[in-house]
Write a protein that binds this ligand. Sequence first.
Ligand code: NAD
Length: 486
Amino acid sequence: MTVESAQRALVDTDFVMTIDGKPESTSNRAPVLNPATKKVVATVPVASRADLDRAVAAAQQAFVSWSKTPLVKRQAAVSAIGDLLEARAEEFIALLTSEQGKPRPMAEWEIFGSVAWFREIAKQSLPEEVLEDTKDRRVVSRHTPLGVVGAIVPWNFPILLMVWKIAPALVAGDTMIVKPSPFTPLCDLKLIELVQELLPPGVLSAVSGDDELGKWITSHPGISKIAFTGSTETGKHVMRSAADTLKRVTLELGGNDPAIVLPDVDPKKVAPQVFWAAFQNNAQFCNAAKRIYIHDDVYDAVRDELVEYAKNVKVGDGAESDTELGPIQNEPQFLKVKEYFDDCTSNGYTFALGGQIDSNADGWFVPVTVVDNPPEDSRLVAEEPFGPILPLLRWTDEADVIRRANDTIWGLGATVWGADLEAIERIGRQLEAGTVWLNEVHQYSPHQVFGGHKQSGIGAENSLHGLAEYTNHQTITINKAEGAVS
Ligand code: NAD
């Protein structure tokens, strides 16, 4: 199948919600735009509150038997979803590019990453632990499923971050209702529609709509947990709303990841790596390196190499084969990113590269932009732009750069780059972040715990820690002593 025919294959189908195992539409439908062209790709249903209520009722009903389905069967179903996605990978890659804007290599990474996640999470389990077993007493610690989980997903990695939720929830014995981002609902709705043949009705549902739907989900009394990935601001709304019914929450939120570059690097070798640490997925990446602290000894050389490298990176429509970075995914985000350009311009900060947005472009395109040593308290350094505008900052003193790196409300990820392995580990261990990468970046695994420190989140995804978040802890104690009760 060619890329074009693959794209048509899914785009030309109807996009539906899935409730109780069945496709559902609504008379009110919302458009989904291709960010490279601003043209409508497809339309999706807009759920009413009654639609959500039906999805919750079906998920509660399905939970009764799914939670009692043997673990091996649940694992097999999750693994089979991975097989289905792999078999249709070409179609999903094309669809992902058309709704999200990301170029093919990044779309491939996301789809095949999703396949791997389904298969690997399907191997996980949380066995019972026998804490005491004597003639008179047995104590067992075990995990029980929670019930119905609401999954709320962002637009930057719409399918992978949904899969990070579906796979553990289903293995744990929960049922799930997914709400995709209104900007990128197509892959999510289609995958959930297609996998119904592998699951009993009601185990995995999808409802589409706007942010109001998100609020109905977080306050719904029939939902036991919210698995949320999105901005820190929305995460706080989710937590407040979930409090009334004491829902469990896993919150994967924003970040402002520092990268620290030591004086012993080869600027030519480190520059491309730092570039992709910062600009991968067009910097619409929770774990993008968002502040680059470069030692004064190599600052000029690393900046110049970074700029030279960046000049040759092609920004364009992700559907074109030579594109390396796509557009900003949606208009509100484009306007937000533009604010950082305007702020840098009006404050007279120096652009080492870029700085000018062409507002008449066909899509929401922003040039790769590097800002030369802006103040530490500038908006660009202190906030999360979530777009391709990157501040470079000078440092000389190790303790001071660690303090600056940690001086933020966020704590999602961090990187350190240097030839002295002892030094990078010494610095890395002092950084307040859920993941610290040393001389590498963006290495994830289904078996590696992922989560944010400070206001980057609560709880974790992936690994057995992530799986455990889809369960209750339960302790069972048995007094077997002769004559205890009779
Ligand atoms: P967002 O917070 O605007 O939206 C995320 C989801 O929440 C969407 O589905 C949206 O419709 C929904 N939503 C919005 N308001 C809601 C409400 N009041 N109640 C319930 N749901 C609501 O985030 P976004 O713009 O889609 O994504 C970008 C943000 O996500 C960035 O801050 C980024 O750092 C963060 N992110 C974090 C991770 C992580 O794993 N930590 C991963 C990717 C993205």
